[in-house]
Design a protein around this ligand. Structure first.
Ligand code: PEP
Ligand code: CO
Length: 455
């Protein structure tokens, strides 16, 4: 196939190409029946919202907005409850206020939520004590429990996932419209951890300054800040299960083109970004803004080719390049990619994901998981990658237009480090992620303050 756009794109033209990372569904018939049901359900988001996000991302590309993209590595059906959802919005909102304050730019908030239920896996199978079963691929596909039943892909889960996406989004929209007001105010933030940091004085000064700015604005306008401007949250998930993505790809009245109405911002994962394959074909035909993960193995010319294939008319806001290199590789791998993209003239939003290149496996010495392998990330590595990203873009004359985190508003112990100094032996305490380790509430807020300090 040539590198240009395929001659005729349709929502199912991906089917004629190689497609990676799809589950081995036991029955094609059962899958088709479920997908047909989903295709008949109302969409989760509206094309007008998607278009608005694209406009805002175009402003981020030119340095006039900043993107905060974050949430769970994998949402779970069990996590579709009021408290975790509220806490997720709360941490994203608080981080966005810190970043707005520091950057003097409006912040776009995109959650990895309301549909982040499918995961790509490096290994097809998992073996425990001599038993081999399919790997867990997210709650949309199978179950984490290590049994034959649990790991067999079940298309009924796609429908459960679709319903939970709708429930999550419904609750988010309700919170945004009504019950969310005071979370703007630092008086409501949980800042107990600040005292554990050597930067306590500086943090307290920053948070006080944010509170003062808010009160100043409220005095001027004569209304509370939440009444001045709607707090928008957009949704995103990895564009992975193409049968599911296709089921919500629709045309809408009075707008051209095809829209993926299951999310505002689908992204192309690092494992499915081959130019000649199905995921790229599918994404090439939809109108949504899209994220592209850029790994240390991405060749600069391939990144440029992806931008051209997915955005042949160089529409502003269409492409966000999310680089995830690792603290030890970013200095070497990122600059040639920036140079190649700059030379091509493509206009993109540059975003740093300091999580996925910094995952490691440790074996805690003590605690309930002693001696067992546990996936984690070090706060210091995450910060080190971010700091280098800001510096590299600055020296190249490009703008780092956003940051991407795996985080939760809950008090988990999955990443180590941060003001409280969580260590490997603490990981077992509250380790809940089924896939990748997330920053917890305190670590996420601290990270935002550290990023703000450098901005
Ligand atoms: C992810 O974002 O959870 C993920 C799997 O990332 P990547 O494709 O960059 O490895
Ligand atoms: Co992840």
């Amino acid at each position: 196939m040539s590198m240009g756009a395929s001659t005729r794109w349709t929502p199912d033209s991906w089917r004629s190409q190689k497609v990676r990372q799809q589950p081995a569904w036991p029955s094609r018939k059962a899958l088709d029946a479920t997908v047909e049901q989903i295709a008949a359900l109302p969409p989760l988001v509206a094309s007008g919202e998607i278009a608005a996000l694209k406009t805002q991302l175009a402003e981020a590309a030119s340095g006039n907005r900043f993107l905060l993209h974050g949430g769970d590595c994998a949402e779970s059906f069990e996590g579709c409850r009021a408290t975790p959802i509220t806490n997720q919005l709360k941490i994203l909102l608080q981080m966005s206020l810190v970043l707005t304050h520091a950057s003097r730019r409006r912040v776009i908030r995109i959650g990895r939520f309301a549909g982040q239920y499918a995961k790509p896996r490096t290994e097809e199978n998992e073996t425990r004590d001599g038993v081999t079963l399919p790997a867990y691929r997210g709650d949309n596909v199978n179950r984490p429990e290590f049994t034959e039943f649990g790991r067999t892909p079940d298309p009924a889960l796609l429908l459960r996932g679709y319903e939970r996406s709708a429930l999550t989004l419904n609750f988010i929209r309700a919170l945004v419209d009504g019950g969310f007001a005071d979370l703007h105010h630092p008086e409501q933030w949980n800042l107990d951890w600040v005292g554990h940091s050597p930067l306590a004085v500086e943090y307290t000064r920053m948070v006080d300054a944010i509170g003062q700015s808010l009160r100043f604005m409220e005095t001027l306008a004569g209304v509370r800040v939440h009444q001045m401007q709607r707090v928008d949250f957009y949704t995103s998930h990895e564009c992975l299960l193409l049968d599911l993505e296709q089921a919500q790809t629709r045309q809408v009245p009075r707008r051209d083109g095809w829209w993926n109405l299951s999310t505002h911002f689908p992204w192309l994962g690092a494992r499915t970004s081959n130019l000649e394959e199905g995921h790229v074909e599918y994404l090439s035909g939809i109108e949504n803004p899209i994220g592209i993960k850029v790994s240390p193995d991405s060749a600069p010319r391939d990144v440029v080719a992806l931008c051209q294939r997915l955005n042949p008319s160089d529409e502003p806001g269409r492409i966000t390049l999310i680089h995830r290199m690792g603290a030890h590789r970013i200095a070497q791998q990122l600059p040639p990619i920036i140079d190649a993209v700059a030379l091509s003239g493509a206009r993109v939003v540059w975003v740093c994901d300091p999580m996925h290149g910094n995952t490691e496996t440790v074996r805690p010495v003590g605690g309930p998981r002693a001696g067992q392998p546990v996936k984690t990330r070090k706060f210091a590595h995450i910060l080190a990658e971010l700091e280098q990203a800001f510096e590299i873009h600055r020296t190249k004359g490009t703008v780092l237009g956003g940051v991407h985190f795996e985080l939760t508003g809950e008090n988990v112990t999955e990443c180590t480090g941060g003001a409280r100094g969580l260590g490997d032996d603490d990981l077992a305490g509250a380790y809940r992620s089924a896939i990748d380790p997330r920053l917890n509430y305190e670590q996420a807020l601290e990270m935002a303050l550290l990023v703000a300090r450098r901005m």
